[in-house]
Design a protein around this ligand. Structure first.
Ligand SMILES: Nc1ncnc2c1ncn2[C@@H]1O[C@H](COP(=O)(O)OP(=O)(O)O)[C@@H](O)[C@H]1O
Ligand SMILES: [Mg+2]
Length: 316
């Protein structure tokens, strides 16, 4: 187990304005008893709505914040007590904060990091080469960080976080604010990291496309508590989200026609479009049965939307 948290909590005391003059002390439980076990090599999506406690959890796992309660180890170390030791074994990208030197070209930031982490020259060179190829750093590696676009900077941040060969990579909203192409570049890159399997990745995001592309396992938190821990498929199963077939017909749908393993969920007024939700049968079986029963003009199969399922989860 490379990450283990039991009953992890973080309370913040805030002063809230009450009326015109009075202030009241008020406790916010940002993280409210989170249990989390992550195996080496896993890629975990840690998701939840704004204010759910994602960043606070990551800060406790990386030793930035002291927990109010519970137990946590990362690489077998207590993150706050062993912060410096741990820093050599993990990589961190927090969307808002930069680990790069604003006035220096990226290349110089990278070589400073090499000295800070005392990375052997050959290891550093090999990792930098790999990152610059996969993230196309060459075009802007000599540009001062302050002049980089957000997408370029994020590619630099990812490289900076990986140059010392961390065992665990923590990413807080790595695709937030990026343009479509940079998002894609970051996702493809992380998918590569995941496939190689030697780096454990914990990724927070509110962009569910990140998760679908990258993470088999999903931990969903809401109001500081874990409300789901499992695969995306398990989430669909739990909320009975189903694949849907939409068929356009040459002749109207015969009244009362049913197909085994699928439910007719809607028929348009003119009867020429029918929607079926799969319930036991495969898409192939239903399409075959459909084609045998009615003259088909066009057909599409829609996967259940993860967004819909997550919305149900937050509501329940
Ligand atoms: N330093 C802080 N002081 C007071 N409240 C905080 C602080 N950091 C976070 N919070 C509160 O804790 C809750 C969780 O925040 P956060 O972990 O940033 O959520 P997320 O990253 O999921 O959007 C929010 O209600 C937020 O306002
Ligand atoms: Mg956050």
């Amino acid at each position: 187990m490379i990450i283990s948290a039991r009953g992890l909590r973080k309370d913040f005391t805030v002063n809230r304005k009450v009326g015109r003059f009075r202030r009241e002390r008020h406790v916010v439980s940002a993280v409210d008893g989170v249990d989390l076990s992550v195996e080496r090599g896993e890629m975990l999506g840690y998701i939840g709505p704004n204010g759910a406690g994602k960043s606070t959890t990551l800060k406790m796992l990386t030793g930035v914040l002291t927990p109010s309660g519970g137990e946590v180890t990362v690489c077998g170390l207590a993150p706050v007590a062993k912060r410096t030791t741990l820093a050599r074994r993990i990589g961190v990208v927090f969307g808002q904060r930069s680990q790069l030197w604003w006035d220096l070209p990226l290349a110089e930031s990278f070589s400073l990091l090499r000295h800070i982490y005392r990375v052997p020259d050959s290891d550093h060179a090999a990792r930098l080469k790999m990152c610059s190829q996969l993230l196309a750093l060459d075009e802007f590696i000599e540009t001062p960080v302050r002049q980089l676009s957000l997408g370029q900077r994020m590619r630099g941040e990812l490289t900076a976080a990986l140059l010392h060969g961390p065992e665990v990579l923590f990413l807080d909203e790595p695709t937030i604010g990026l343009d479509v192409l940079s998002k894609q570049a970051v996702r493809d890159f992380l998918a590569g990291v995941a496939t190689r399997g030697d780096t454990t990745v914990v990724l927070t995001t509110h962009d569910l496309a990140d998760i679908e592309k990258l993470c088999r396992r999903l931990v969903v938190i809401d109001h500081g508590r874990v409300v789901h821990d499992g695969t995306v498929d398990e989430l669909h199963a739990r909320y009975r989200s189903r694949r849907v077939i939409v068929a356009d017909l040459d002749t109207p749908w015969p009244d009362g026609l049913t197909l085994p393993g699928a439910d007719v969920t809607s028929v348009t007024a003119d009867g020429h479009r029918v929607t079926l939700a799969l319930d036991g049968a495969t898409a192939g079986e239903v399409v075959a049965a459909l084609a045998g029963a009615v003259p088909l003009r066009d057909l599409s199969v829609q996967e259940p939307e993860i967004e819909d399922v997550i919305a149900k989860l937050y509501r329940s």
